[in-house]
Design a protein around this ligand. Structure first.
Ligand SMILES: [Zn+2]
Length: 314
């Protein structure tokens, strides 16, 4: 018999389940595709996403011609196709994005976190916006060759930069981050970073280092941040996280020690929480008003999977 709590229908994991067909083999046709009358574009200015105001929210998809008329693009990248129609991402200057933000009657311009958490655009737009934002963030940081210092040129519709001097090819990168919930029987380990909203606790997380496996990184980060030793690590799910260009790799980790030592450089605090307490957090009934991250974040799903499972390591 399942003794686990019923937390209702499972919410969608943010930025995943893109409807875009990336069609990598068509990236050499970008110039021709840009003249397709059905071509649509997302406009990104650093952290800001430009949308056309619609009620309380916004429509983030412009025709490519409209998008180009709003601000000069520093980079134009081909995201892929939706029902055969090309979809582009346009990277514009922060000052141009701020200027559009000032036109508050016409445009809703805000950061992607706010858009996602507050549901300001239709959910199907979130994955291609994440794709555009992460890819454009990579371009903004890689205009010069990391091998020889020369200015590089964009090719393959934004999926490559080539160095004319030393001929090295540079490809867009994703930074892997491990995010894990350490478990000790009926308790789980959560931490609070100073940057979190008040009363929110979450999984511990950190960048995977060169030469490290996912499992090793999960153990190292849990030990460094909270002093907890972990044995078995089980992969749960992953999520693109375009802040600026990460991949969150979600895991459950079996704790083999219990005494917490918090790294105050990384965390404000870390604590064990019982399963019953975590259920209260999901229901908004925790006595200290403690909350967990919203469903847009994979932490929500990692925590929920443990709450609902008899054994996440099975
Ligand atoms: Zn070079």
């Amino acid at each position: 018999m399942n003794r686990r709590p019923d937390l209702g229908p499972k919410p969608h994991l943010g930025y995943t389940a893109s409807l875009i067909d990336r069609a990598a083999h068509r990236r050499n046709e970008a110039a021709a595709l840009a003249s397709d009358a059905r071509a649509g574009a997302y406009l990104v200015g650093g952290e800001l996403i430009i949308t056309r105001k619609r009620g309380e929210g916004g429509d983030p998809l412009f025709s490519l011609a409209e998008a180009r008329a709003l601000a000069p693009a520093r980079e134009t990248v081909l995201l892929g196709f939706l029902d055969g129609a090309p979809r582009f991402g346009l990277g514009i200057g922060k000052e141009d994005a701020e200027a559009l933000k000032a036109r508050a009657d016409d445009f809703l311009v805000t950061d992607l976190r706010s858009i996602a958490v507050q549901g300001l655009v239709a959910p199907e737009h979130l994955p291609p916006i994440a794709e555009a934002k992460a890819l454009l963030a990579w371009h903004a940081r890689h205009r010069f060759c990391s091998n020889c210092g020369a200015q590089t040129n964009v090719s393959q519709a934004g999926w490559k930069r080539e160095c004319p001097a030393c001929k090295v090819e540079h490809f867009p990168r994703t930074d892997p981050v491990v995010i894990m919930l350490a478990i000790d029987g009926e308790r789980c380990l959560m931490g609070r970073a100073g940057r979190f909203v008040a009363n929110m606790w979450s999984c511990l997380a950190g960048f995977i280092e060169p030469g490290e496996s996912i499992e090793e990184a999960a153990r190292r980060e849990t030990l460094e941040e909270a002093g907890i030793v972990c044995g078995r690590v089980k992969y749960f799910a992953s999520q693109p996280w375009p802040f600026p260009m990460s991949l969150m790799i979600g895991c459950h980790a079996q704790a083999t020690s219990t005494e917490i030592t918090v790294d105050r450089e990384e965390l404000e605090d870390a604590r064990w929480f019982t399963r019953d307490e975590v259920v209260q957090m999901f229901r908004g009934e925790h006595p200290e008003q403690i909350t967990i991250p919203p469903p847009i974040a994979i932490a929500h799903h990692i925590i929920r999977a443990w709450v609902e499972s008899d054994d996440v390591f099975a």
